[in-house]
Design a protein around this ligand. Structure first.
Ligand code: CA
Length: 221
């Protein structure tokens, strides 16, 4: 059984969420403090982590989880949608984030994606473009033999670009496929994710050679 560790101090959020996770068939452990949560992280399959906790910063919870060598997926719940805050969160070890207020269906989809990725459940085949290889089934991506640590969105973005490698994939098509109905899927968000993805691909952000902006879209060279 998949165990979700829900770290959230606001019962108005944690109670309905815990019920929803239960309906999804997950075992749920709820903690309102970072310290309490850290005592139970080892048994969790995924951690849904609020950043604003009463005893410590959620980012420090993420850092401590990673410093213990745990690769458990971490989904941040954040009220901060600023790009820099998200970068800090992802650097702290989070795999993905949902900005409050979020839609329940979206959060559940993100949790499912992370659980699937972590368990390596099969979904599709493998895609390659030059040095870049996307193992869709295992939800893993590589440049040569180096594995990329990607968030769910970055992975989806790379998958779409590798699939269309050599051609321009139009912004609207990327947004539709990677963000779907999510209102945070804007031109600006896409640009931000492309920047992060370039960095992880080892591409020069200022003079990109791998991922080219083509005005109307992006092309993986
Ligand atoms: Ca909070």
């Amino acid at each position: 059984m998949t165990t979700v560790l829900l770290v959230e101090d606001d019962p108005a959020i944690s109670e309905p969420l815990a019920r929803a996770f239960g309906r999804e068939g997950y075992a749920v452990r709820v903690h309102g403090t970072g310290k309490g949560a850290l005592e139970e992280v080892a048994g969790a399959d995924i951690i849904v982590l609020d950043l604003g906790l009463p005893d410590m910063d959620g980012l420090d919870v993420a850092r401590q989880v990673r410093s213990r060598g745990l690769t458990t997926p971490i989904l941040m719940l954040t009220a901060r949608s600023e790009a820099t805050d998200l970068v800090v969160g992802l650097d702290a070890g989070a795999d993905d984030y949902v900005t409050k207020p979020f839609r329940l269906a979206e959060l559940l989809a993100r949790v499912r994606a992370q659980v699937r990725r972590a368990s390596g459940e099969a979904t599709e085949d493998e895609l390659t473009a030059g040095q870049v290889r996307v193992d869709v089934a295992a939800h893993r991506a590589f440049v040569g033999s180096r594995e990329l640590q990607l968030t769910t969105r970055e992975f989806e973005l790379l998958r779409v670009l590798v699939r269309g490698a050599g051609a321009v994939v139009r912004n609207e098509d990327i947004l539709k496929e990677v963000w779907g109905e999510d209102p945070t899927g804007t031109q600006q968000t896409l640009q931000m994710h492309v920047t992060w993805l370039r960095r992880k691909l080892g591409d020069d952000v200022d003079a990109p050679a791998i991922l080219l902006a083509e005005g109307a879209g992006y092309r993986l060279a």
